[in-house]
Design a protein around this ligand. Sequence first.
Ligand code: NIG
Ligand code: FE
Length: 450
Amino acid sequence: MKAVSLLIHSAGQLLTLAPHADGRPKRGSEMGELGVIGDGAVAVDGARILAVGTTPEIRERFTLAPDATEIDARKAVVMPAFIDPHTHVLFRGTREWEFEERLRGTSYMAIAAAGGGIHSSVRMFREASDEELLVESLARLDRMAALGTGTVEVKTGYGLDPEQELRALRLIAELDRRHPLQIVPTYLGAHEVPQEFRDSPDAYVDLLTERMLPEAASLGIARFCDVFCEKGVFSVAQSRRILAAAAALGMRPKLHADEIEPMGGAELAAELGAISADHLGRISEEGMLAMAAAGVVAVLLPGTVFSLGSRNYAPARRMIELGTPVALATDCNPGSSMTESQPWIIALACLQMAMTPAEAVTATTYNASAALGLADQLGALSPGYRADIQILDAPSYARLPYHVGSSDLRQLVIGGNLLIPGPEPPTLGPEPPTLGLEPPTLGRGPRLAR
Ligand code: NIG
Ligand code: FE
């Protein structure tokens, strides 16, 4: 019998996510299929999953290595750690005063046009030391881990000049070295037109394509290149130029698209073979169809819509109906979505975009991994996948959107190691209770009419 380094058993619901063999994203009704195993178990060796099955099946095939960890899930939910495929975690300082200004009625874009918004964070970024940036950002990654996230995409975009954007890339790589969570770097030199180029935005696009992108690519850190394609920021034509140049240098396109004004950003993402297009509150029907046909993942950011006090949630139901693969992310940033919480994003997805809890789980695990090109190895509980696993103190994954603004994370395994060990089992007195799993029959009293 093979000896393993980690065995998790007796899950009430083990969510395998039933991945596709080639790691392509899930779409349509596939998004609701979580591949649930009752009384589930997972065997891990080193950083990888060896096998999943029922507890008796796994116990029959595997023993524990001498220093192995055994976790009795006590009928809880065992599922992949969340993947957060769109964040701006590397920033210094916060913008509460702008938040209050927005509550008084000034729009996000009006604040940006007056030199605030992203420009405020650019000033704070340029003035901050490396260590200040790292300390603040590492604390955000800690909070993400405490909420069940295992992999985080992090964008540059608060440097906005050649040196500062390279510094941002190096700091993102340093976050990956210093923090146990896995970091996926994206170059976003086109996050905003810097103040210095306000009167000549095309000259900044020239600087990006001729100097900044080649320098960024030569560091070999960023896998993706993103652009904020929006009215008053970068046009579709400018975004196309920037992303085509990045693609030629080996950085796959991603876009902030159709967030505030319908621009045709989704169509551009399809045209360029982008890995994802994100936001999409104002996406057109043609854009959804084009993304579905090209297999571009729609990364929806309902925390941003909520935090901007907008009603323009992306049409998630229509996307799922048309076969556009949907993922969800926090967009964690100091301006439009100051949150680290994927569970809260799941609640918004269910309550504001009518996604089902199962679809929202797919969108924050397997499809979120597909938005980073990793779904053949991350975001599912399946042999060969990275052992990034969370255990929720809950009888059903529906707890995630139901228990709003809170966290039921009990344990978190990252790369096969127990990063959040959870409570010690009591040494005296009774064993901790297992979760009451049977849905109660509505006995006594009058039955509800169906
Ligand atoms: O995704 N839209 C552009 N970027 C961020 C906001 C960044 C900021 O305001 O600092 C977003 O919402
Ligand atoms: Fe963003």
